[in-house]
Design a protein around this ligand. Structure first.
Ligand code: BG6
Length: 487
C-alpha cells in the first residue's frame, strides 16, 4: 500500500472516537495500514500531540473490538498521530496545516498522498473542500482523496448542489462516499456470492423469485439525536441511503469478478429501472409510521413525541415501508418490499428471498409445503440460511421445512469501518456510493418526500416493540404475501 497522510477533520468528535480510531488500530494489528502512515487530527480544541494520543488510547480502550494489550505495540501505533488546531473557515489554519504535513512527509520521506477524511457535519464539506484546494494542500505530486459520509444533501436539489461544489475540488474518482452498510461483510458478500456460485446466479430471476423483503429494524429510539432526527426521519436517515444500497446490492447481476466501475454501472442500471412513483401514487405503495409508547425487551419506553427534544405535534416518520418494482429483464413482476424503523421488536438487518411455489397449483399435497426461502442475515448476526422442504417422516405424505444454516464464526469479525477505510487507503471504490447512485436514490425518494410533506400519505402509529404499523403488513397481503419472521 502506498505511503499515506490521513488528514482527519473532526478528530475529537464522536465518530472518530467510536469508529475511526478503533478501525485504524485493528487495521494496524492486522498489518493492513500502509507501512509509511501518518495521521494529522484536526479540531477546534487546543490539544498537544500527547493529549491527542491519550484520547485515542482511551477510545481504543472503550471501543476497539480487540483489547489493547501490548503497550509497545500501542506506542508504535500512536507514533503516527499528530494534532493541529483548525478552524474550518480560517484559511491561515490550512496554511499551517500544509506546512506541517509537508514537513512530516519530508521527515518520513513520504510521497505526498493525502486522504482527507471529513468526519464533520455536511454543512462544512464545501468550505473544507474549497480550502484544501485554495491552500495548495490538494495539489501535491501524489494522489488525493476525499472521504465523506452521509447525509449527502437533504433532497435531490441540495444533493446536486453539494456535489457540484465538491466536484470543483475533487473528481468523482477522488470522492469516497461512505455508506457504512456497504462495509458490512455480508453486504459485500452479496456480490461475491453470485459471482462464484452458479446456483445463486441461475436462481436470480423473476422465473423463480416471488418477492424480496429487505428489513432493517432497530430497537433504539432517537437517542440523543432529537434535533437531527426530527428533521430527517426514517426516509432520509435510512431509506434513501442504506436501504436503497441494500436493494442495489441484492438486485445487481455481476457475472464475473468485476472491476469497481462495472459494479457501479450495474447498480446504476438497477436504480434506472426502478419504477418511479408519482406523488399521487405514493400512498398506495408507501407506509409511514411513528412509534407510540410500548415496551421492548420488557422495558417500557415512551412514544416518539414524548421523547426529550421532540415537539408534541411532530409528524416526523420513524418507520417507512415501501413496495418497489424493478422494470428489467430479471426482476419484472417481482415486488421488492423494504422497511426500516426505530423502536421495533428487534435489532435486525436481513434480506429474505422468497421463491415461487410452482407445485402449489399442481399437487394438493404440496399445498402444505412452505416456500423456499434464502435468508441473508446482515446484522447483528451474520449468516445465510436456506429453507427447504423435506418429507415429514411422522406424517406420511406431508412435508416439513428444514433449514440449512451457514453461520460464520462471529468472533472478532472486521467491522464495516475497517473494511471501508482499508479500501479507501487502497484506492478501491467498489463499496462506496458513486454519485450516480446517490443522485438516482434521491430522485426516487423525492416524490415520497413531497407526499409526506404535503400530507398526501397518512401517518400511522405503531406501538414501540412491534413490527411497525398494521398497514405495512397490508402492503404485502395485497399481493398475497406476508413479512417473514415477524414472530
Ligand atoms: C445510521 C443512522 O446511518 O445508521 C442511525 O443515522 C441508525 O439512525 C444507524 O441507527 C444504524 O446502523 P447499524 O449499523 O446499527 O444498523
Amino acid at each position: 500500500m502506498e505511503p499515506t497522510t490521513f488528514v482527519l477533520f473532526g478528530a475529537t468528535g464522536d465518530l472518530a472516537k467510536r469508529k475511526i480510531y478503533p478501525a485504524l488500530y485493528n487495521l494496524f494489528l492486522d498489518q493492513k495500514l500502509p507501512q509509511h502512515f501518518s495521521l494529522i487530527g484536526l479540531g477546534r480544541r487546543e490539544l498537544t500531540d500527547e493529549d491527542f494520543r491519550a484520547n485515542i488510547e482511551k477510545s481504543l480502550q472503550d471501543f476497539s473490538r480487540r483489547n489493547v494489550q501490548d503497550s509497545a505495540q500501542l506506542e508504535r501505533f500512536l507514533q503516527a498521530f499528530g494534532y493541529n488546531v483548525l478552524n474550518i473557515g480560517n484559511k491561515e489554519d490550512y496554511q499551517v496545516l500544509h506546512q506541517r504535513i509537508e514537513q512530516r512527509e519530508q521527515e518520513l520521506n513520504l510521497r505526498p498522498n493525502r486522504m482527507f477524511y471529513l468526519s464533520v457535519g455536511p454543512e462544512f464539506f464545501e468550505t473544507i473542500a474549497a480550502n484544501i484546494m485554495g491552500s495548495g494542500l490538494g495539489s501535491a505530486d501524489g494522489w488525493k482523496r476525499l472521504v465523506i459520509e452521509k447525509p449527502f444533501g437533504s433532497d435531490l436539489q441540495t444533493a446536486r448542489d453539494l456535489n457540484e461544489k465538491l466536484s470543483q475540488a475533487f473528481t468523482e474518482e477522488e470522492i469516497y462516499r461512505i455508506d457504512h452498510y456497504l462495509g458490512k461483510p455480508m453486504v459485500q458478500n452479496l456480490e461475491a456470492l453470485q459471482q462464484v456460485n452458479p446456483v445463486f446466479r441461475a436462481l436470480w430471476t423473476n422465473r423463480y423469485i416471488a418477492n424480496v423483503q429487505i428489513t432493517a429494524s432497530e430497537t433504539v429510539g432517537v437517542e440523543e439525536r432529537a434535533g437531527y432526527y426530527d428533521h430527517v426521519g426514517a426516509l432520509r436517515d435510512m431509506f434513501q441511503n442504506h436501504m436503497l444500497q441494500l436493494l442495489m446490492m441484492t438486485a445487481i447481476h455481476v457475472p464475473q469478478k468485476s472491476a469497481s466501475e462495472k459494479v457501479h454501472q450495474k447498480k446504476k442500471l438497477v436504480m434506472e429501472a426502478l419504477e418511479t412513483l408519482s406523488k399521487q401514487d405514493v400512498h398506495a405503495h408507501v407506509v409511514r409510521g411513528q412509534y407510540t409508547a410500548g415496551s421492548i425487551q420488557d422495558k417500557s419506553v415512551v412514544g416518539y413525541v414524548e421523547e426529550p427534544g421532540i415537539p408534541q405535534e411532530s409528524r416526523n416518520e420513524t418507520f417507512v415501508a415501501a413496495r418497489l418494482k424493478i422494470d428489467d429483464y430479471f426482476w419484472r413482476g417481482v415486488p421488492i418490499y423494504i422497511r426500516t424503523g426505530k423502536r421495533m421488536r428487534e435489532k435486525s438487518t436481513r434480506i429474505v428471498i422468497e421463491f415461487k411455489e410452482p407445485l402449489k397449483q399442481s399437487t394438493s399435497k404440496a399445498d402444505a409445503a412452505a416456500p423456499n426461502l434464502l435468508i441473508f442475515e446482515i446484522s447483528p448476526n451474520e449468516g445465510i440460511s436456506l429453507q427447504l422442504n423435506t418429507r415429514d417422516p411422522q406424517h406420511r405424505g406431508e412435508f416439513k421445512p428444514i433449514y440449512i444454516n451457514l453461520h460464520e464464526n462471529q468472533d472478532n469479525i472486521a467491522e464495516a469501518y475497517e473494511n471501508l477505510i482499508h479500501d479507501a487507503l487502497n484506492g478501491d471504490p467498489t463499496f462506496f456510493a458513486h454519485w450516480d447512485e446517490v443522485e438516482l436514490s434521491w430522485a426516487w425518494v423525492q416524490p415520497i418526500l413531497e407526499a409526506f410533506e404535503e400530507n398526501l400519505v397518512p401517518l400511522y402509529t405503531y406501538e414501540a416493540g412491534s413490527f411497525g404499523p398494521a398497514e405495512s403488513d397490508a402492503l404485502l397481503a395485497e399481493d398475497g404475501f406476508h413479512w417473514w419472521f415477524d414472530a
